[in-house]
Design a protein around this ligand. Sequence first.
Ligand code: PHE
Length: 347
Amino acid sequence: MDELDQLVERAQHEFARAPTPAELENAKARFLGKSGRVTELLKALASMPADEKKSRGAAINRTKERIEAALYDRRRSLAQAELDAQLRAEALDVTLPGRRRGEGGLHPVTLTIERIEAIFRSMGFDVADGPEIETDWMSFTALNNPENHPARSMQDTFYVDMKDEEGRWLNLRPHTSPMQVRYARAHARRYAGVEPMPEIRVIAPGRTYRVDSDATHSPMFHQCEGLWIGENVSFKDLKVVFTDFCRAFFESDDLQLRFRPSFFPFTEPSAEIDIAFASGPLKGRWLEISGAGQVHPSVVRNFGLDPERHIGFAFGMGPDRLAMLRYGIDDLRLFFDGDLRFLSQFN
Ligand code: PHE
């Protein structure tokens, strides 16, 4: 191997060892730069005899071409390596599972209320909504529960330190029964002079508040009020409607109902409604699910209606209770802790 072949080999070797394009250009300068090895050889030609010059010159030029070829090769492979590294770094793994958008769902109590609404709607009931901050008059007085009457203490109530425009104290409604008054008064106004007045058939589900907290009571809970007023509505209708509702709600035709005498200032007679399942873990146990009764004449008067003509019944049940029974939950607080591990099971 002559001196020129060795030069080519050394250049190939140094180019191959250059780890980056910048170092490759430094290596190139050592061979092809202004004072590089090849340039020196070409300069040396000048002092050569003419006959040698030609063949020597041609040999040096071939050497230069081979070195340049080696340089281009190395440039290309360094550029390729750089591109490969970049592609690797920016690679998209299309087999990775995508990032899912969190899916929301309805709260079990909301699902229960929707179920209650659907069943009562199918029986011709309207669904109404009303304020959670209520006047003392709506929460109690209009419901035949006069100021300072001991029956008010049946509901340990949150009062708001504020009065409305008419000077009535405000409270967080302790039950949905004020909705009986609000709905019936609006109905009576709307159908004033219409003979006969269309019946009132409504349920009003919503949040209610009492100073109460344990496994089966929460300071915020839900109630669903029901009201049916007409000229021919009796306690028998209450029994039929409520029995149909419970059997539909629990999808059980052999569910038992019991109306146990009770007291509410706004109904007379009054009852607690208990149910008992014919099968399952709660089989045969009486469970209280609602208060009910025939609307008291004084309350009908507060509706703006004549109690001699308009009579009917009301009930107030607990959707939280119904949800617990339907889903087999034994601690009411689970519904309101906001733990997604619990809540996501219902959707
Ligand atoms: N409002 C009563 C309660 O909260 C329930 C009820 C409603 C009773 C309607 C009779 C009629 O206990």
